[in-house]
Write a new protein. Structure first.
Length: 439
């Protein structure tokens, strides 16, 4: 009797398995088709709603989606996401940048810089110094001492020497840094050059196309070679920074300043989503390429530079020490990002620096004019938030004032365990709010 009971139980289990298999088969044969039809209908419905939006509204929607969906550090997930978003080029490009950054990190972890093994892609981005002719004097006390200068890049294409207008931005090294840290810095610069070299970067990133880098054998520095974003046949003759435009007697139109603030905020947002920290946000590193006789401030087509300390946003990467600089540069850095007791650099410090730039744009005055000798960096930050920034309400409106305060007060502070929330918060409290002013 016991044997019959065991046999009956065994047969019942087999029937259940067979029934389960048959149910799955029936779903695959019929229900799956119904589900796919529903998904297809939903997609058509969503696409129809999307195309009812204006081009500006579509752009806002895609920008809002980016910090929500481009979160993963898994290469396979990024590949699927890139394939799924192929109809939306800006999201696809952003996913490609994040994927490229991860690929470079993995490949460079055991590489020696400047060796053939260090070329992740087939193209070697190291450029010979003799192919770059700096504008002006080449003496050690002239052009070579500048952080940024115009130049000409001579490149052989099909046996012909082609001259391209470029500008060079230098990254200087500490002389007494140990070899392991210097090697990491050099590999990181190669990685950064590759990130900025991607031809399909989102336009809103506002980073010029990087052609490569040169190594100065006579000075402890590396130079990024950037293509001049100027109309063909009309090369610029002046690199004008936002810093040198501030404080003039001619103040740009309010709408132009709103648009500049928005373009800078979306640029930083995209850089963070791609997985990078900037570490050099200040008005000196926002440049405009203009003609020799352009007198009124021209805020069209800004480029974001100053990547010399930039690094991937992860806990394994060594953070360069940002040496004390002139006072005005220090005023753009968060108090906790300065000095020997500084905290590890995070997105919150980039956002704070953006807040300083937005405050400068609002008042059209350099940040140095808000400083006096009785301040410490902490009391300076306190007065910016409690006294100066609230005055922007009367000059730029409540939305702009609230954006600046959100950046300066640390309300958008992030940590390594809260990175997704901070990216989303930055978009909605800064980028989205500023977009309302430029509609």
């Amino acid at each position: 009797m016991a044997n019959l009971s065991r046999v009956d139980t065994s047969l019942q289990q087999q029937r259940n398995k067979t029934a389960g298999f048959l149910r799955k088969f029936r779903w695959a044969a019929s229900d799956r088709g119904k589900l796919e039809a529903i998904i297809h209908d939903l997609r058509d419905y969503n696409d129809g709603l999307y195309h009812l939006l204006s081009s500006v509204e579509r752009r806002r929607l895609r920008n809002a989606l980016a910090p929500e969906i481009v979160r993963t550090n898994d290469q396979d997930e990024l590949l699927h996401l890139q394939q799924a978003s192929d109809e939306y080029s800006d999201i696809t490009q952003l996913v490609g940048m994040r994927s490229q950054k991860l690929t470079c990190e993995i490949s460079s972890s055991s590489m020696v810089p400047w060796s053939p093994a260090s070329t992740i892609a087939a193209e070697n981005l190291k450029i010979s110094g003799k192919d770059v002719v700096l504008a002006g004097s080449a003496s050690s006390d002239g052009t070579l001492s500048q952080r940024r200068s115009l130049a000409s890049y001579l490149k052989a294409i099909d046996g012909q020497i082609v001259k391209k207008d470029v500008f060079v931005e230098w990254k200087f090294f500490e002389k007494d840094v140990n070899d392991s840290i210097k090697q990491e810095q050099l590999v990181r610069l190669d990685t950064l050059a590759r990130l900025l070299h991607i031809s399909s970067k989102p336009k809103d990133l506002r980073a010029p196309h990087c052609l490569g880098y040169i190594v100065d054998d006579w000075h402890p520095r590396v130079g990024f070679i950037f293509e001049c974003p100027a109309p063909s046949g009309n090369p610029p003759s002046i690199l004008r920074s936002l810093r040198h435009s501030l404080g003039g007697s001619i103040v740009p139109y309010l709408g132009d300043r709103f648009r500049l603030a928005y373009e800078l905020s979306i640029s930083l947002c995209l850089l963070h989503i791609a997985g990078w920290l900037h570490k050099g946000i200040r008005s000196e590193n926002i440049i405009f390429l203009t003609g020799a006789h352009a007198s009124p401030p021209n805020l069209q087509n800004p480029s974001l530079l100053g990547f010399e300390y930039s690094r991937p946003d992860n806990l394994q990467t060594h953070s360069d020490f940002i040496k004390p600089d002139e006072l005005e540069s220090n005023l753009c850095r968060h108090p906790r990002a300065q000095g020997p007791a500084r905290g590890r650099f995070s997105r919150a410090y980039d956002i704070y620096a953006l807040g300083i730039v937005l405050l400068e744009i609002g008042f059209w005055r350099p940040i140095s004019e808000f400083w006096h000798d009785s301040y410490t960096m902490e009391t300076f930050q306190h007065d910016l938030c409690g006294f100066h920034a609230p005055k922007l309400g009367a000059k730029m409106g409540q939305i702009y004032m609230n954006v600046v305060l959100a950046c300066l007060t640390g309300r958008l502070a992030d940590t390594a365990t809260e990175e997704n929330d901070s990216q989303t918060g930055f978009y909605w409290e800064v980028v989205h709010e500023l977009s309302r002013l430029v509609a």
